[in-house]
Design a protein around this ligand. Sequence first.
Ligand SMILES: [Zn+2]
Length: 102
Amino acid sequence: MHNSVLFTTFDPLRDAPELCSACKVHPPIFHYEFCSQDENEEPLSRKGFCCEVCAARLLKALECEESVEWAQEEAALAADNLDTTEFRERLASLRSVLTRSD
Ligand SMILES: [Zn+2]
Protein backbone atom coordinates (compact mmCIF):
# COMPACT_ATOMS: atom_id res chain seq x y z
CA MET A 1 0.00 0.00 0.00
CA HIS A 2 1.25 3.45 -0.84
CA ASN A 3 0.56 6.86 0.57
CA SER A 4 0.97 9.94 -1.52
CA VAL A 5 0.78 13.70 -1.51
CA LEU A 6 0.36 15.55 -4.76
CA PHE A 7 0.85 19.28 -5.16
CA THR A 8 -0.33 21.11 -8.26
CA THR A 9 -0.50 24.72 -9.29
CA PHE A 10 -3.83 26.38 -9.93
CA ASP A 11 -5.32 29.45 -11.53
CA PRO A 12 -5.66 31.95 -8.66
CA LEU A 13 -8.26 33.97 -10.52
CA ARG A 14 -10.64 31.11 -11.14
CA ASP A 15 -10.82 28.27 -8.71
CA ALA A 16 -9.02 29.00 -5.47
CA PRO A 17 -10.27 30.14 -2.08
CA GLU A 18 -8.67 33.22 -0.54
CA LEU A 19 -7.20 31.27 2.36
CA CYS A 20 -5.45 27.94 2.86
CA SER A 21 -8.10 25.29 3.51
CA ALA A 22 -5.97 23.71 6.26
CA CYS A 23 -4.94 26.64 8.48
CA LYS A 24 -7.28 29.37 7.18
CA VAL A 25 -4.52 31.91 7.82
CA HIS A 26 -2.31 32.24 4.74
CA PRO A 27 -3.19 32.50 1.07
CA PRO A 28 -2.85 29.15 -0.70
CA ILE A 29 0.01 28.46 -3.12
CA PHE A 30 -0.84 24.87 -4.15
CA HIS A 31 -3.77 22.59 -4.69
CA TYR A 32 -3.04 19.37 -2.79
CA GLU A 33 -4.32 15.85 -2.62
CA PHE A 34 -3.19 13.67 0.26
CA CYS A 35 -3.96 9.95 0.05
CA SER A 36 -3.22 7.24 2.54
CA GLN A 37 -4.26 3.65 2.46
CA ASP A 38 -3.93 0.99 5.07
CA GLU A 39 -4.23 -2.68 4.21
CA ASN A 40 -7.33 -3.08 6.34
CA GLU A 41 -8.92 0.31 5.94
CA GLU A 42 -10.72 2.34 3.35
CA PRO A 43 -8.43 4.71 1.47
CA LEU A 44 -8.38 8.18 2.96
CA SER A 45 -8.17 11.13 0.64
CA ARG A 46 -8.00 14.79 1.56
CA LYS A 47 -8.03 17.55 -1.00
CA GLY A 48 -7.81 21.29 -0.79
CA PHE A 49 -5.68 24.34 -1.24
CA CYS A 50 -2.71 24.87 1.03
CA CYS A 51 -0.14 27.50 1.91
CA GLU A 52 3.62 26.94 2.03
CA VAL A 53 3.59 26.14 5.76
CA CYS A 54 0.85 23.54 5.38
CA ALA A 55 2.55 22.04 2.32
CA ALA A 56 5.55 21.31 4.58
CA ARG A 57 3.18 19.85 7.20
CA LEU A 58 1.63 17.55 4.62
CA LEU A 59 5.08 16.28 3.68
CA LYS A 60 5.80 15.68 7.36
CA ALA A 61 2.52 13.81 7.71
CA LEU A 62 3.52 11.65 4.77
CA GLU A 63 6.91 11.00 6.37
CA CYS A 64 5.24 9.94 9.63
CA GLU A 65 2.97 7.49 7.83
CA GLU A 66 6.00 6.13 5.97
CA SER A 67 7.93 5.82 9.22
CA VAL A 68 5.23 3.62 10.71
CA GLU A 69 5.33 1.33 7.68
CA TRP A 70 9.12 1.21 7.67
CA ALA A 71 9.20 0.41 11.39
CA GLN A 72 6.83 -2.49 10.79
CA GLU A 73 8.93 -3.68 7.88
CA GLU A 74 12.12 -3.46 9.93
CA ALA A 75 10.50 -5.36 12.80
CA ALA A 76 9.50 -8.09 10.36
CA LEU A 77 13.06 -8.33 9.02
CA ALA A 78 14.49 -8.42 12.55
CA ALA A 79 12.00 -11.11 13.54
CA ASP A 80 13.32 -13.23 10.67
CA ASN A 81 16.90 -12.61 11.84
CA LEU A 82 17.72 -10.79 8.63
CA ASP A 83 20.29 -8.01 8.41
CA THR A 84 18.62 -4.61 8.74
CA THR A 85 21.74 -2.48 8.15
CA GLU A 86 20.98 -1.72 4.51
CA PHE A 87 17.37 -0.98 5.38
CA ARG A 88 18.46 1.50 8.08
CA GLU A 89 20.81 3.27 5.67
CA ARG A 90 18.07 3.64 3.08
CA LEU A 91 15.73 5.00 5.73
CA ALA A 92 18.30 7.52 6.98
CA SER A 93 19.05 8.84 3.49
CA LEU A 94 15.36 9.23 2.65
CA ARG A 95 14.72 11.04 5.93
CA SER A 96 17.62 13.43 5.39
CA VAL A 97 16.06 14.52 2.10
CA LEU A 98 12.69 15.14 3.74
CA THR A 99 13.96 16.98 6.78
CA ARG A 100 16.73 19.07 5.25
CA SER A 101 16.27 22.69 6.31
CA ASP A 102 18.83 24.78 4.44
ZN1 LIG B 1 -2.01 26.77 5.63
